[in-house]
Design a protein around this ligand. Structure first.
Ligand code: PLP
Length: 401
């Protein structure tokens, strides 16, 4: 038996997405920039995909820029806005729980001189979150300065699933006339994402998180939002993203976006009870387990749990040996495992952050997989704890949150 519970890392390509893509890897191989009919077939497919992505985000097709994924969309939004800002506007406001594609891109602007093509000299304010992973919009408002060029806040967190008060932040940005970028990579397909309603000027999504292929994504750019492209070399994507279009990938993203829009409510209604069943069973059966993040305002598929006294890496590896795939939010940097910056931002200690696992469910998750995880995880956690020198001697109240 196997249980893949790592859909926030990536999702399998939906069979309908693969079917839609295959002709564009085969007979319809044309370059969407070519004038002949092979090129025109590719162009028509890209245009259809653009409409479908726009429909998912309640946007206009002309507001969609295809990219190589969520990371590029985030980079384009941040670097493109800073480069387009009038000179004195040299300040970014973001949060402590952003994905590294946002945080590290913002941080690259701090300091002086030029590094890796980035002209430094922009200040960055990183706003903390509360213990549930949620940012206070008023803290964002207070951080704004006359020279603030950009606010970047994610819609749903990839590690704990917490949903940020984006509409409020969007209103604050609009009042202050500051550009607002929202990373919606983990929200798309899980909760409704209406770019205009959220008040975003820029919004990122990624195909491989919504049952599309890897290496393709999109940035919503609200009409007449100034943006300097990351790349040079042609006029594709209305001069915002030069390069020959990844036609099969874009077609895949288009189909994935269509399915996400049609299946959103049904997927959420089926997945949330499975997630809740897994979570409550683990809370009940494993002493001391705690849930990380806002349980009330959370995407329907994610559960992040701390198993005090059991190392996350050891848990992960032991579960993998039993066929269960999940994740730690840890990042490997210079050969050492850093605890998740998101869990630290929620106030967890390094030990607790290192003893946490994320389970993320998806469209193909079955009740049998959940039964299997419920049967296996408690025993594995107990074994790892028994082997750990830091294992708690007394057990905390059963089911404590
Ligand atoms: N933003 C968030 C919130 C993510 O979870 C991810 C991927 O994990 C990304 C951005 C990066 O997307 P991609 O893998 O398409 O580069």
């Amino acid at each position: 038996m196997r249980a893949y519970l790592d859909y926030n890392a990536t999702t399998p390509v939906d069979p309908a997405v693969l079917d839609a893509m295959l002709p564009y890897l085969g007979e319809n191989f044309g370059n969407a920039g070519s004038v002949h009919s092979a090129g025109q077939r590719a162009r028509a497919a890209v245009d259809d995909a653009r409409e479908s992505v726009a429909a998912l985000l309640s946007a206009k097709p002309s507001e969609i820029v295809f990219t190589s994924g969520g990371t590029e969309a985030d980079n384009l939004a941040i670097c493109g806005t800073i480069a387009a800002a009038a000179q004195p506007r040299k300040h970014i406001v973001t949060t402590a729980v952003e994905h590294h594609a946002v945080l590290q891109t913002c941080e690259a602007f701090i300091g002086e001189g030029v590094d890796k093509g980035i002209e430094k000299g922009t200040d960055v304010t990183v706003i903390p979150v509360d213990s549930t992973g949620v940012v206070d919009p008023e803290a964002i408002r207070r951080a704004l300065r006359p020279e603030t060029a950009l606010i970047s806040v994610m819609l749903a967190n990839n590690e704990c699933g917490a949903i940020q008060p984006i509409e409020e932040i969007g209103r604050i940005a609009a009042e202050a006339k500051i550009r607002f970028h929202c990373d919606a990579v983990q929200a798309a397909g899980k909760i409704p994402v209406d770019a205009r309603r959220l008040g975003a000027d820029l919004l990122s999504i990624s195909a491989h998180k919504i049952y599309g292929p890897k290496g393709v994504g999109a940035l919503y750019v609200r009409s007449s939002t100034p943006l300097v492209p990351l790349f040079r070399g042609g006029h594709a994507e209305r001069d915002r993203r030069p390069g020959t279009e990844n036609v099969p990938g874009i077609v895949g993203l288009g189909k994935a976006a269509e399915l996400a829009r049609l299946r959103l409510a049904e997927d959420a209604a089926r997945i949330a009870p499975l997630r809740d069943r897994l979570e409550s069973a683990l809370l009940e059966r494993i002493p001391g387990v705690r849930v990380n993040g806002d349980t009330a305002r959370r995407v329907p598929n994610t559960s992040n749990l701390t198993f005090p006294g059991a190392g996350g890496e050891a848990l992960l590896i032991s579960l993998d040996l039993q066929g269960i795939a999940c994740s730690t939010g840890a990042a490997c940097s210079s050969g050492s495992t850093e605890p998740s910056h998101v869990l630290l931002a929620l106030g967890l200690s390094h030990d607790a952050a290192r003893s946490s696992l994320r389970f993320s469910l998806g469209r193909q998750t079955t009740p049998e997989e959940i039964d299997y995880a419920i049967a296996v995880v408690p025993g594995v956690a107990e074994r790892i704890r028994a082997l750990s020198p830091r294992a708690p001697q007394s057990t905390a109240p059963v089911g404590a949150r």
